[in-house]
Design a protein around this ligand. Sequence first.
Ligand SMILES: *Cc1c(COP(=O)(O)O)cnc(C)c1O
Length: 387
Amino acid sequence: MDIKKTDDTYVAHTYGRFPVAFVSGKGAKLYDDEGKEYIDLSTGIATNVFGVADDQWVAAVTAQLGNVQHTSNLYYTEPCAKLAQLLCERTGMKKVFFSNSGAEANECAIKTARRWQHLNYGGERPVIITLKNSFHGRTITTLAATGQDVFHTEFGPFTEGFVYADPNVPGDLTRLAEENPCCAVMIETVQGEGGVNPLSTEFVAEVNAVAEKHGLLIIVDEVQTGNGRTGRLYGYMNFDLKPDIVSTAKGLGGGLPIGACMLGERVQDVLTPGSHGSTFGGNPVCCAGAVSVIERLDDALLEGVRQRSEYIIIQLNGSKGVKSISGLGLMLGIETERPAKEVISGCLERGVVVISAKNKVRLLPPLNIDMDDLKKAINILKEELAK
Ligand SMILES: *Cc1c(COP(=O)(O)O)cnc(C)c1O
């Protein structure tokens, strides 16, 4: 079968694919349909946290697959209960709603905030402040929450009730909170799709001050920053932040589709029976994978993430063709002198998988990537950056 031709004929053209079809892998190694080997510094966009076909993860997933693959949310399953407990114990949040994706986790966060203001303010504070340059998903509502016009073209009308603060303009968030009847502020601690930009400590202080003054909920979108990616279990743990709602997905299932919306004390009882749901949400196979991921993200593993991050930054800082490096942990953006696209294609050609974020090269390697693989890949990347 000609995979590329068949795909181009029958799959909707929403993606600009690279001319590669991966068929297998192990850890940070990937193999294409011609047997060529690659080192993967992108992990399926921050999903395969322990790389490809990790033994412990495969064992956890296949054990559950052989028990029961799905039951619906009309019944209890152990992996679902266990994952919710783990997430609450590790974050201090009180309840978890499970979905299948990041966008749906954010939909839950938004619905929770909207219902909370109905219960507490009679529906008079519907506005949610999000940030310019943010990304929250592809559904109509999460697109409305996304503060980048490029994603909005020709898909309107959108869900109402979002305004966008510029995190680089001091006082902008404060002004919007004063001008609008708000219930929540929604942020990414590192804007991933926006170009791998961490929030400044000054802006986080403004978020806290505004939330305190106006009684706003703090929603943190940890879809990309979550699950160890930034060197802490969740990105907000790098900052002085106490979120009321945390959404996550991508890395949570270790490569299976699952999202979670974690609810703190103030909102833990907002969603009641029948008010929200998802057929596949909390699927036991996905939850079994996620349990095995979260259980392994201990202090030693997170320390390893920070060490690998430091290694990459030291290697690339001041290296030829590198203008700047941004990000946290193993979520890094490289501002390049060559067009990022050329660097990415050059790397792929030479067996190193990296992706873009706006005009940057983005690195999202496996959190436990073997140091030899990492060194080899970074050397090739450095050569491509310097061309
Ligand atoms: C990827 C991403 C989403 C959307 O997640 P999907 O699983 O693609 O729906 C939302 N928010 C952030 C911050 C993301 O990086």
